[in-house]
Design a protein around this ligand. Structure first.
Ligand code: UT7
Length: 324
């Protein structure tokens, strides 16, 4: 028998405030037509004044714990993926830990920007596989609205705020691709691409928070090829092929990237979980937000093969294969 981690429950939280493309076009030289055609985004959620990443993460975590039927004190670990922490230190995960009333175990942040949830899932899965943890909460939570230059139309229209979470618990499997749980995760980075997607600030460089800067067209080009590569890698590692996939739950950056990825896999568009139209790009939160939606509305069923994939600043990229 092989030790695996299964997803015992998932949950999500979105701030109440909806900002549409038309809202943005009132103060910015942009249009609903441009944003919709180039990205598929129609609206995004923006956190309220004073509402922080930890607040969003805690709300998503509570829903995931409820879905899993697990109390916060049963957790051994919280892994929080975020590029928008409440403070430079301590880790936002420790704020979530306190808010949940969890007084044991360990809580820490993972920083891989848009790939953060895949990195977090990989780390949590490994802790469970080696027997160092039984129950781990993995959260992706962001308040990207705080990092945006709201005068830069090439970036500010693309992002939103939100959080999603999953609870992983230890289980035994046969060790083949028919097992329930995380079959494998594959993470990569290549720091040479720093200048294509970064924030121009930080405590050690400018002592400011900074703003997000992106060369969109180049990032797009890399995203399509890197996602296809890592998807191929994850399927090959499990002896599976694209036709085995029931659901692609991708990082939601741009509808055109999702369509291109599905096309490369020969996957029907209705097999791709899409939230980018309503959430925009929520960085590390986008995959667990999409996952929670497709589980809640009954699309994802027990036994389905789910492929999650992401690419972001660094560059970082990765994929996880999960048998639901
Ligand atoms: O999550 C991390 C990973 N991030 C991504 O995967 C993002 C990848 N990149 C993209 O999604 C796309 O490249 C963008 C949506 C960012 C941009 O779309 P594009 O088709 O690559 O447009 P572009 O950057 O080539 O810009 C085309 C034109 C430019 O005008 P000129 O130079 O042709 O006159 C831009 O100035 O569109 C202009 N433009 C806009 N126009 C109206 C850029 N942003 C806007 C805007 N409204 N908001």
């Amino acid at each position: 028998m092989v030790r695996r981690s299964i997803v015992a429950g998932c949950g999500a939280y979105l701030p109440d405030r909806i900002v549409t493309n038309q809202d943005l076009a009132r103060d910015l030289d942009t249009s609903d037509e441009w944003i919709t055609q180039r990205t598929g985004i129609r609206e995004r959620r923006i956190a309220a004044e004073g509402q922080t990443t930890a607040d969003l993460a805690t709300a998503a975590a509570q829903r995931a714990l409820e879905a899993a039927g697990i109390g916060a004190d049963d957790l051994d670990m919280i892994v929080l993926a975020t590029a928008t922490p409440d403070e430079t230190f301590p880790a936002t995960a420790t704020r979530v830990q306190a808010a949940l009333g969890m007084t044991r175990g360990a809580a820490f942040d993972v920083h891989a920007v848009c790939s953060g949830f895949i990195y977090g899932l990989n780390i949590a899965d490994n802790f469970i596989r080696v027997g160092q943890a039984e129950k781990v909460l993995v959260i992706g939570a962001e308040t990207f609205s705080r990092l945006l230059d709201w005068t830069d139309r090439t970036t500010c229209v693309l992002f939103g705020d939100g959080a999603g979470a999953v609870v992983l618990t230890a289980a035994e499997g046969k060790g083949d691709s028919g097992d329930r749980g995380v079959l494998s995760s594959h993470i990569h980075s290549d720091g040479r691409h720093h200048d294509l997607l970064y924030v121009d600030g930080g405590p050690s460089s400018t002592r400011t928070v900074g703003h997000l800067r992106m060369s969109g067209r180049e990032v797009f080009r890399h995203a399509v090829t890197k996602m296809a590569d890592v998807l191929g890698e994850s399927l090959a590692a499990n002896g599976l092929c694209a036709s085995d996939i029931d659901w692609l739950v991708p990082h939601q950056a741009n509808r055109r990237i999702l369509d291109a990825t599905a096309q490369k896999l020969g996957l029907a568009p209705e097999r791709v979980v899409v939230t980018v139209d309503r959430h925009a790009n929520t960085s590390a939160a986008s995959i667990p937000l999409a996952l929670a939606e497709a589980v809640a509305d009954g699309r994802i069923q027990r036994g389905d093969l789910i492929v999650m994939e992401a690419m972001g600043g660094g560059f970082t990229w990765g994929a996880s294969l999960v048998r639901w």
